[in-house]
Design a protein around this ligand. Sequence first.
Ligand SMILES: NC(=O)c1ccc[n+]([C@@H]2O[C@H](COP(=O)([O-])OP(=O)(O)OC[C@H]3O[C@@H](n4cnc5c(N)ncnc54)[C@H](O)[C@@H]3O)[C@@H](O)[C@H]2O)c1
Length: 263
Amino acid sequence: MIASQLPTAGSPSAADGDWLGLTGARVLVIGAGGIGAECVAGYSAAGARVLVVDRDPAALAVLAARLPGVQTHAADLAVPGAGDRVVAQALDALGGLDVLLHCIGINDRRPVLDFSEDEWQRVIEINLMTAFRVAQAAGRHMVAQGSGRIVLLSSVSGQLAHKLHAPYAASKGGLNQMARVMAAEWASSGVTVNTLAPGYIETGLTAAYLERPGVREGLERLVPAGRLGVPGDIVGPALFLSSPRSSFVTGHVLYIDGGRTLV
Ligand SMILES: NC(=O)c1ccc[n+]([C@@H]2O[C@H](COP(=O)([O-])OP(=O)(O)OC[C@H]3O[C@@H](n4cnc5c(N)ncnc54)[C@H](O)[C@@H]3O)[C@@H](O)[C@H]2O)c1
């Protein structure tokens, strides 16, 4: 059994310079896109050691130039067996694994009646199957270790019925329920599993859509906070759910949406 690097949970004090307790934590981040990159920066600033995996070597190179201490590895998670391989890579590169953040996804906006089976399957494969693959592989290690944190990027679309989002919504609703079952099965082994559900965040995933005339203004009107999100809005919640401070929090869908799902 590999000893966890996560310190014991407890009450913070003013003298506690590492309140989150992530110093030395070994973190695997899947996804170097808009949200993933910002979370990698957050983990690094909190003193964690990070391996980030993406299928896009250019995105990894940009991140490595920005954060020289971060390790990178190019891999396509949409390949059977990729979950086991990247977790093995993390164990090798980091000397263990305490935290998994899954942060990849795609969308395909069209009416339900227009989807071919292949187009539908592609979204499910990247958004849901890759999360299963890598969370199962990480969970296998963490359950044996007796500790771990798994955080998966869901979306408000897991709850809301946005038109033109059918496979995306299905993948995120499925992700939420997969995480809840993993959380129930692994809670007695000290492993927590939670999802983060952002509203619209300004990244490469949403850039083209937000540039369409009137779209940004229309979406902002739906958010009680009066603005869209930025990647930095995800970092605090991601770090908290990755830390010893959230040891009794599992199976949650945490909305990061400026109140979008309230109205
Ligand atoms: N941006 C938003 O508005 C928003 C809102 C809610 C939820 N989310 C979710 O947050 C997560 C991250 O989104 P983002 O905005 O950072 O997206 P992004 O498009 O900026 O980045 C996604 C990254 O995933 C990588 N990727 C895609 N398929 C891959 C695969 N098969 N193997 C390895 N890497 C792969 C891409 O190369 C890219 O770097 C996704 O799950 C997304 O659904 C985003």
